[in-house]
Design a protein around this ligand. Structure first.
Ligand SMILES: Cc1cc2nc3c(=O)[nH]c(=O)nc-3n(C[C@H](O)[C@H](O)[C@H](O)COP(=O)(O)OP(=O)(O)OC[C@H]3O[C@@H](n4cnc5c(N)ncnc54)[C@H](O)[C@@H]3O)c2cc1C
Length: 386
């Protein structure tokens, strides 16, 4: 990255991270893809490098850096595998709300295990009848003495089948709008009243152990496991999703970057009609547009990360970063596959895996349409206020 966008230190950090993921990720990519195995050992290695919770305080075992560094790590992880970057970054999103809204006791109890890669986290938001419209969730948490009883069904939790700890959003007051009636809880999965099922065979993000059903059947959660105030769950959720979008956009750009590199190199070597593919404008112009789209996605993400660090409202920029990275990422993967011809559609190249992973990027972590809902809302707000 040119120094104008990254400082010397950030550049060095990126290069070190790139070397780390290029060296460490490949065996885990194979076991995740072929055996659907969760990368437990890689997460511990990431933890020992402070590559989980990069931007959190060292007091709790975090990396002591900032959001830009967090995204640098996710771009490098994503350049190898979206699934690895997701296993690495879900703890980041969950830790954000513990860090901002949690009690000192919750921070000391949970954050060090999350950042060392030993405590696996999952976000329990989506339900069978409430995805994009998360406010319509039905999972309930009813206060009984000094604990809550949680009942409901979630689905699609990444790392859900292997998680030790869930961040669960549930309705505590059904008589008011969910923006005031939702609360957020930390739930230990060793409770026998939690059942995780994996009946889906997802087209990508393999090895992430995404669940088809996460049933919470009368789960007793002590009051001290509530994050923030009762009724504060919805603003906490929105805050978490804003930070998540910035970090996830970096993974998607990483995957697209690998597709560009692979396809561009291939077009320099592969010949057709007595010349390298790159000598056909139909190919080289594709490469040009791939490079433009990756650069655009990365720059929006860098802007969002710097705004976050400056304490600015990132709702619009985070959603922009996610939707541009998702749309451009899949577009790049699709073009890369075309440049590679038949071999691009096989497991001989990494393109087909990135293609599958990047396609899900347009739905997972909030769909493109939902990102555009946020962007248009913010744009109209700006115009309305002159
Ligand atoms: C592999 C994978 C991993 C996931 N990981 C997690 C996780 O860890 N935790 C978690 O809680 N969830 C997770 N999800 C769920 C994910 O966040 C949802 O799938 C996503 O938010 C969309 O919700 P939905 O599937 O219910 O689709 P729906 O909300 O039913 O939407 C269906 C379609 O309608 C569109 N749509 C909806 N509303 C509008 C609108 N107002 N205007 C225009 N179009 C609209 C959507 O964009 C989408 O294209 C994961 C999903 C996948 C596939």
């Amino acid at each position: 990255m040119e120094p104008i966008f990254y400082s010397e230190e950030e550049n060095a950090y990126q290069q070190e991270a790139q070397a780390f993921f290029e060296r460490e990720a490949p065996p885990f990519i194979v076991s995740m893809e072929r055996k659907n195995e969760y990368p437990f050992e890689l997460l511990k290695k990431l933890g020992s490098q402070h590559y989980i919770g990069v931007r959190y305080s060292t007091e709790y075992g975090g990396g002591g850096r900032d959001m830009l560094h967090e995204t640098i790590i996710n771009e490098e992880a994503g350049a190898q595998s979206y699934a690895i970057s997701c296993a690495r970054s879900v703890p980041h999103h969950c830790a954000h709300i513990i860090d901002v809204y949690g009690t000192e006791e919750q921070k000391r109890k949970y954050l060090p295990g999350i950042f060392s890669g030993e405590s696996i986290m999952a976000e329990a938001i989506t339900e069978p009848t409430a995805g994009s419209d998360a406010a319509r969730m039905k999972t309930s948490a009813v206060k009984k003495g000094n604990q809550y009883i949680i009942n409901g069904e979630k689905r699609f939790q990444a790392s859900g089948a292997v998680a030790h700890l869930l961040v669960v959003f549930a309705i505590t007051n059904p008589d008011v709008h969910p923006s005031k009636g939702m609360s957020c809880f930390l739930v230990d999965t060793d409770d026998p009243n939690i059942v995780a099922q994996e009946d889906f065979d997802v087209m990508g993000w393999r090895g992430l152990r995404v669940v088809s059903e996460l049933i919470l059947n009368g789960v007793e959660v002590p009051e001290e496991n509530r994050i923030g105030e009762e009724g504060q769950g919805f603003p906490i959720l929105i805050d978490m999703l804003d930070t998540e979008r910035i970090v996830v956009s970096a993974s998607l750009t990483g995957g697209a970057r690998t597709c560009l590199e692979t396809a561009a190199r291939y077009s320099m070597e592969r010949e057709a009609f007595h010349r390298p593919l790159k000598n056909f404008e139909a190919i080289s112009f594709r490469v040009a547009e791939m490079a433009c789209r990756i650069e655009a996605a990365r720059l929006i993400r860098i802007k969002a990360a710097r705004m976050f660090e400056a304490g600015m409202d990132v709702a619009k920029m985070a959603a922009m970063a996610k939707v541009v990275a998702a749309e451009n990422g899949f577009w790049v993967a699709n073009e890369a596959l075309q440049i590679m011809g038949g071999i691009g559609a096989t497991t001989k190249s990494d393109i087909e895996r990135h293609f599958r992973d990047l396609r899900i990027g347009m739905v997972g972590a909030g769909s493109n349409e939902v990102m555009k809902l946020v962007v248009q809302r913010e744009v109209y707000k700006e115009f309305a206020s002159g």
